[in-house]
Design a protein around this ligand. Structure first.
Ligand code: 8GT
Length: 335
């Protein structure tokens, strides 16, 4: 799988609700909900009244953007009432050059007070930072939109500035606040408790082993940390912690089998370089081995995405901080 190819976009569930991509059959319901002054006045690009014709045009453009992998717009569905009951919408528009996305959402007035926006925002931001090629998500809220500002703060968005923006429904410029959510805000690279910790006077040292698997076409295998793990969405080299009683090589052979189902023998592991990197809570010491031979095609066994990457493509992948010094060395090796 290559990261700029389009993802298969899942349906994202939370409690009794789900987020599924917008569909044409939602138009009528969305039109009814959004044609409400209390909703329209808070959305900068929604006029009031909002004609169905204009909404249909927005739908067409948005569906094209979704097809092109440039945006992700979901209807929020309440599964307990009716599988077609739309209670609101939430959408992300990507800025590929900045590796960022802008998020916007609304919930129909009759469903207010159920914490739906907060839960939908958490669900979508967690998924997006783990699965899209982005580093941060930003949002804008009108300063009188106290409910939305509260939702953003509950979801760990940090305020980073203020400005003025035109709101179509109000036909005036409106003071707004800007908010930002970075990967580190939702999943810091914390140390998970493990026996493999050597205490130094300063920081605990964590010994991890990793492999650069290179195939016959000269491509390198990267794995993406899945949703739920610290630093979800960042790319890394397959591997893991050295357990008590293991050598680095036996640990790596075990990890590669567990994570990607490949069988490797010790003689195929060539020490290449190492990382010695200070994270906030621990100091990582990580030998990196190069390997050209193994048995079985790598398959993701821990819900992680895998990517075979050429030297030219390497810079597009957001790798963990400790791995950054590996990239120029590996490019030299692959070219
Ligand atoms: N496997 C691997 N880990 C890396 C790399 N770079 C890097 O900083 N690490 C760090 O080394 C540690 C690896 O531990 P791990 O793979 O066993 O554990 P994990 O955090 O994925 O999950 P877990 O502790 O819940 O099992 C993590 O803190 C990870 O952030 C890398 O290229 N490969």
């Amino acid at each position: 799988m290559v990261i700029h190819q389009h993802l298969s976009i899942p349906t994202l569930q939370f409690d009794q609700y789900l987020l599924r991509l917008i569909q044409k059959k939602d138009i009528k319901s969305i039109h009814n909900h959004i044609n409400d002054w209390n909703i329209a006045k808070m959305l900068s690009d929604v006029p009031f009244p909002y004609s169905q014709e204009l909404l249909e045009k927005w739908f067409e453009t948005t569906l094209q953007q979704i097809k092109a992998g440039q945006s992700y717009h979901f209807s929020i569905i309440d599964t307990q009432t009716n599988p077609d009951t739309v209670v609101g919408c939430i959408g992300l528009t990507l800025n590929m050059a900045e590796q960022s996305a802008k998020i916007g959402y609304w919930v129909a007035q009759r469903y207010w007070g159920n914490n739906i926006a907060t839960r939908a925002l958490k669900r979508l931001t967690n998924w997006a930072l783990a699965n899209l090629n982005i580093n941060y998500i930003h949002a804008t809220a009108a300063d009188d939109n106290i409910a939305s500002i509260t939702v953003l703060k509950k979801c760990d968005f940090q305020p980073y500035g203020q400005g003025k923006e035109k709101f179509l429904a109000r036909a005036v410029e409106q003071p707004v606040s800007y908010f930002l959510l970075q990967r580190e805000d939702i999943c810091p690279n914390n140390l998970t408790p493990n026996q493999n910790i050597y205490t130094s006077k300063e920081k605990k040292i964590l010994l991890v082993v990793a492999a650069a698997l290179i195939d016959i076409e000269g491509r390198l295998l990267l794995a993406r940390r899945p949703e739920g793990k610290s630093m979800a969405g960042m790319w890394e080299f397959p591997g893991g912690k050295v357990e008590p009683g293991e050598t680095p090589e036996t640990a790596l052979i075990r990890e590669l089998k567990e994570e990607i189902n490949v069988d490797i023998s010790k003689s195929c592991l060539a020490p290449f370089t190492f990382a010695s990197h200070e994270y906030q809570d621990f100091h990582l010491l990580m030998p990196l081995y190069v390997c050209h031979r193994w048995k079985n095609d790598p398959i993701p066994r821990e819900k992680q995405q895998l990517a075979w990457v050429t030297a030219n493509e390497l810079d597009r992948y957001l790798v963990l901080e400790a791995d950054k010094p590996f990239i120029p060395l590996l490019k030299d090796l692959l070219f």
